[in-house]
Design a protein around this ligand. Structure first.
Ligand code: ADE
Length: 264
């Protein structure tokens, strides 16, 4: 996958992508990353990239000419290359969008700045506008980095363990189940017994149940989309509820974090 980032702060992008998994993806040839700076497409002495808004008001607006020149350099003039813009009024960035981006051979992301960019650029050159959430960042670089990070880890071969990208939060619209590692007792806190039972089918059921319950409690919006549950999921949930009701009467083992002996 090739990604071109149109940014006034290329160092920020290059620095943040020179570590860990995104760096490894580049070294392995899974990701080709480049930055294009609109400032390199200015022709005045001050290399001006922004100007006052027509109609007055506070803040500066990114000028159309250098921005469009930078976008056209990034797409090499190919109109089929998607050009995304980071903007607080864009569509929410989701795992589904990360998956869509991961399937593209090439895309461009434009980092918005100041009060925004000249609306004519949005109309004529931007394919999709993406927001990280309902808050305002000082610039689009952090948003672009988040998009890049979430996307790159979905590329084939980038994560060591292929399964880990599939089982995690949001895949299939559910949050992830809880994880534990050794020691089995940490400062008096144990782990659910089923995890040391060696019974793989029960472990899988427990994990699925936890993922469902966690989604229902923490993210009612995602939960709504899961309904109606599949027969299997409904059965798991019914069993959980029955167990929880039982636990109210007499605390039992399966769903309560009780210390268990260390299997080592
Ligand atoms: N630029 C400023 N705020 C932003 C946000 N919330 N998401 C994406 N880009 C932004």
């Amino acid at each position: 996958m090739r990604v071109d980032v149109v940014t006034l702060f290329p160092e920020l992008i290059l620095q943040a992508t020179s570590h860990s998994i995104v760096q490894r993806a580049q070294a392995a040839g899974s990701l080709e990353l480049d930055c294009v700076n609109p400032r390199d497409f200015t022709h005045d002495r001050h290399r001006t990239v922004d100007d006052c808004p027509f109609g007055g008001g506070a803040g500066m607006v990114m000028k159309a000419e250098p921005l469009v020149a930078a976008i056209e350099s990034a797409t090499k003039g190919d109109p089929s290359v998607p050009v995304l813009l980071t903007a607080p009024d864009g569509e929410p960035f989701t795992q589904a969008l990360a998956q869509e981006l991961a399937a593209l051979p090439r895309w461009v992301v434009v980092c918005g700045h100041y009060e925004g960019i000249d609306e004519r650029v949005r109309e004529g050159w931007i394919t999709r506008e993406v927001s990280l959430g309902d808050y305002v960042l000082t610039g689009g670089e952090l948003a672009a980095l988040v998009m890049l990070d979430a996307t790159v880890r979905l590329l084939p071969g980038v994560l060591g363990n292929e399964e880990s990208a599939q089982e995690e939060s949001f895949e299939g619209g559910v949050l992830e189940y809880p994880h534990y590692t050794r020691p089995a007792v940490f400062r008096g806190r144990g782990i659910p017994e089923v995890l040391t039972s060696g019974h793989h089918a029960n472990v899988a059921k427990w994990r699925r149940t936890q993922a469902l319950v966690r989604t229902r409690v923490r993210r009612p919006d995602l939960w709504e989309k899961l309904l109606p549950l599949s027969k299997t999921d409904q059965k798991l949930l019914d069993a959980y509820e029955a167990e929880a009701a039982q636990a109210q009467v007499e605390p039992s083992s399966a769903w309560v974090d009780e210390p268990v002996s260390n299997p080592e």
